[in-house]
Design a protein around this ligand. Structure first.
Ligand SMILES: C[S@@+](CC[C@H](N)C(=O)[O-])C[C@H]1O[C@@H](n2cnc3c(N)ncnc32)[C@H](O)[C@@H]1O
Length: 372
């Protein structure tokens, strides 16, 4: 296609710089970073590549329009101007969802129905029909209204991109794959690295580390909403999948070691590593943190338990003290620990060389970075 599209990828707050680097690596143009999202330009090939390859993006949205609106009429006219027929076919489904903040148009259900009406009006005129059965491919329209500024998006991903396809949902408090991928990037995990996670749970850090080290695209084994769209030739998806697979570095040096006190977690992470195709690089054993010895030269990355009730919080604090005794971070064995506990360093017994504020969903956390 000749015309460039504008894309927007939301990400965890605090990971914008990591995502920006990923976007530049896959060839995104005119990259703009905002709080919690990265925008860039490209064609359909980049749309497919972004979905398949970006490890820290939550989804890939096409930004269709941005305009000011304080009345329903302005909202209606702004949406009606968008050439939706370029993407949405006569039989396709086009549901609408979104949010509004600090704006005159504050009722989300009302905005939703106005946007739907405007989209229907636009497509009626283009397809010369008064009725849309909406039985075809889903084209999810999203709106964001912030201080009277409306942005209309089209979601190309479908299920969130943290759903790589390798993880069963069974274990408690797993870290989101996209956040784990950002943390291992900040921890400078590369091909040649050795990684340890003494609280491995479902194995997310170990698996995301292996994918990164071997350059395996995180979403190569799943499908995306836009794969069903008629406007994007199937050839584009095939070529992008082949391209991504050709860049996998199967020979890269990499090893990871996971431990967890819970036998079920050991089985779960082993199973997940198998599903992700990286089992041969990962060894997982049942062990208590008090027996942890970092493999010489390895990077330790983990999210230790953090309880919600007072008793659990006290137990977590005892674990942090235990971690401080066994982890012993140094330049040779750096440690990266994410925790929402404000006094983590006090219990761990060592001030971090650097801290980075990250949001785990709505929970404010710090990534405590020990590398000296
Ligand atoms: C927050 S979860 C880690 C989640 C993991 N990063 C994932 O992605 O699934 C904390 C893990 O620590 C384990 N754990 C709790 N106490 C432990 C201890 N004393 N020694 C080792 N592991 C422990 C729990 O079984 C749990 O799987």
């Amino acid at each position: 296609m000749d015309n460039k599209l504008k894309f927007a990828c939301p990400c965890h707050f605090g990971l914008e710089s990591v995502l920006k680097f990923e976007v530049s690596k896959i060839g995104g143009e005119n990259i703009i970073v905002k709080d919690g999202r990265v925008s860039f330009e490209g064609g359909y090939d980049l749309l497919a590549r972004a979905n398949i390859c970006l490890s820290t993006a939550e989804r890939v949205l096409i930004e269709l329009a941005e305009f000011h609106a304080v009345t329903f009429e302005e909202l209606f006219q702004g949406v009606k101007k968008i050439p939706l027929e370029n993407f949405i076919g006569m039989k396709d489904a086009f549901p609408v969802k979104g949010h509004s903040l600090n704006s005159a148009l504050h009722s989300v259900p009302d905005c939703q129905s106005i946007i739907k009406k405007a989209a229907v009006e636009r497509l009626k005129a283009k397809y010369h029909t008064g009725w849309f059965e909406e039985t075809g491919a889903v084209h999810q329209l999203q709106f964001s209204i912030l201080k009277d500024n409306v942005t209309i998006y089209l979601d190309t991903s479908g299920a969130g991109l943290h759903k790589r396809g390798y993880r069963r949902n069974a274990n408690a408090a797993p870290i989101k794959e996209t956040l784990a991928a950002g943390i291992i990037d900040l921890a400078r995990v590369r091909s040649g690295s050795t990684v340890c996670d003494p609280f491995c749970g479902s194995g997310t850090f170990l698996i995301e580390s292996a994918l990164k080290a071997l350059n395996i695209p995180p979403c190569i084994n799943r499908r995306f909403a836009a794969e069903k769209w008629d406007c994007i030739p199937q050839k584009v998806w095939q070529e992008e999948r082949q391209r991504a697979i050709s860049l996998v570095n199967k020979e890269a040096e990499f090893e990871a070691f996971g431990f967890d006190i819970d036998e079920e977690a050991v089985a779960l992470s082993t199973d997940n590593a198998k599903k992700a195709g990286v089992k041969s690089r990962i060894r997982i054993k049942q062990a208590d943190i008090s027996d942890f010895k970092p493999v010489p030269g390895s990077i330790t990355v983990c999210n230790p338990p953090y309880g919600e009730r007072m008793l659990e919080i006290r137990e977590a604090e005892q674990l942090y003290t235990e971690m401080g005794k066994v982890m012993n971070p140094s330049a040779e064995n750096p440690c990266y620990i994410i925790s929402p506990h404000e006094e983590f360093e006090q219990f761990f017994g060592k001030k971090a060389d650097k801290k980075r504020k990250l949001y785990n969903g709505m929970i404010k956390c710090n990534l405590y970075m020990y590398f000296r």
